[in-house]
Design a protein around this ligand. Structure first.
Ligand code: ATP
Length: 354
């Protein structure tokens, strides 16, 4: 057999009202999420929001208290982990140290009773697939971290699973290897059409790799959307502030709009909440121009390459971040004053927190 490319083999995965508590800790509090065939969904959220628990329940390593996990419409609750047709890659390399790369890759095939010659040729194909054809006879301790993760990926793909589960697979690697492997995993996943659930706490990783990003908060789904939707149209202030950078600026209510620096701003829909409000704006939407009498004082600058992110402080102590082309930022040294301009429509209005 050969590795079947370009056949969409991915399953549909559904979490329905999934609940799981550990004693007094609620890890999942009614999670609803559907992953479409061949889709890569990243589970993103703060530490403890239930990402790993959801993945482990799908893998069959953890039970749930109520709700359902469906694969192609079938409840898999009673199905043991090894029958779930899922490949897994974990953060720590978890290769068998006493087995060569090829034997690690072929491990599942051996368990399944595949003959030696076929195992060897399948392992070789998979090693080629992950770019390590000449490393078949190396042992894990003779491989770099990135190479070990490639082997772990090949091993996870060996049984042609319909679901691929990735639990922070890149977190232990250094920056450059991580970026390479990001592209590699994405390429393979798309080529093979495997439905993939990717757990990460790294928003950049989630946004750059996923078809859709599911943001979890306290065991529930806050929003699941494409990276660009999530960024441009966050459903809640939590998502807005978790994904990308946001500044909060206190504003004044005026009928159905809000007033900021003396200028009215329209708001999508009706104003939420009674009481005081903040608007949320992204740094790339904030403009600054040098002005000795301007209300914003530049307090810090961080160089990000083509842009420099300036933080300015307003009279009431509010801090706002603004991304300027690095050349333009040179005209606004720390300690200088600036006029501040905002987009026609702030991203979101939220209850004041400060
Ligand atoms: P992190 O990003 O820190 O890995 P996470 O989003 O993956 O977090 P989970 O590991 O799913 O979160 O944990 C969710 C909650 O459930 C946490 O409060 C955690 O302490 C708790 N929890 C998870 N597994 C267990 C367990 N086996 N026993 C007790 N509590 C657990």
């Amino acid at each position: 057999t050969t590795v079947d490319k370009k056949t969409a083999v991915g399953a549909t995965v559904e979490f329905r009202s999934l609940r799981r508590a550990f004693g007094a800790t609620t890890a999942l509090d009614g999670l609803d999420l559907t992953i479409n065939p061949g889709e890569l969904v990243a589970l993103l959220g703060p530490s403890g929001c239930g990402k790993t628990t959801a993945l482990r329940i799908l893998a069959g390593f953890e039970s749930h208290d109520s709700g359902q996990v469906l694969v192609d419409g079938e409840d898999i609750t009673g199905v043991p982990a090894h029958r779930r047709d899922a490949g897994m890659v974990f953060q720590s390399y978890s290769l068998f140290p006493h087995l060569s790369a090829a034997d690690n890759v072929a491990f599942g095939l051996r368990m399944r009773g595949t003959g030696k010659a076929e195992r060897r040729s399948r392992a070789q194909e998979l090693l080629e697939l992950v770019g390590l054809p000449q490393h078949a006879d190396r042992y894990p301790h003779q491989l770099s971290g990135g190479q070990q993760q490639r082997i772990a990926l090949a091993r996870a793909l060996a049984l042609q699973p319909r679901v691929l589960l990735l639990d922070e697979p890149l977190s232990a690697l250094d920056a450059k290897v991580r970026l390479n492997l990001r592209d590699e995993i994405r390429r393979l996943q798309q080529e093979l059409g495997i439905t993939t659930l990717f757990v990460t706490h790294d928003q950049e990783e989630a946004l750059s790799m996923a078809d859709r990003v599911a943001v979890l908060r306290a065991g529930r789904l806050e929003q699941c959307a494409t990276p660009s939707e999530l960024y441009a149209r966050p459903a809640t202030a939590f998502v807005a502030e978790f994904v990308g950078t946001m500044s909060r600026i206190p504003c004044v209510r005026s009928g159905d709009s809000v007033v900021l620096f003396g200028r009215p701003f329209a708001v999508d829909g009706t104003l939420p909440y009674d009481g005081e409000l903040d608007v949320l704006v992204r740094p790339e939407n904030v403009g600054l121009t040098a002005s000795a009498t301007g209300p914003a004082l530049v307090v810090s600058a961080s160089f990000l390459g083509s842009v420099t992110r300036l933080t300015v402080r307003l009279a009431d102590g509010t801090e706002v971040k603004a991304d300027l082309p690095t050349e333009a930022a040179a005209a606004l040294p720390i300690g200088s004053n600036a006029e501040l301009t905002l987009p026609d429509r702030p991203v979101l209005v939220d209850r004041r927190t400060a």
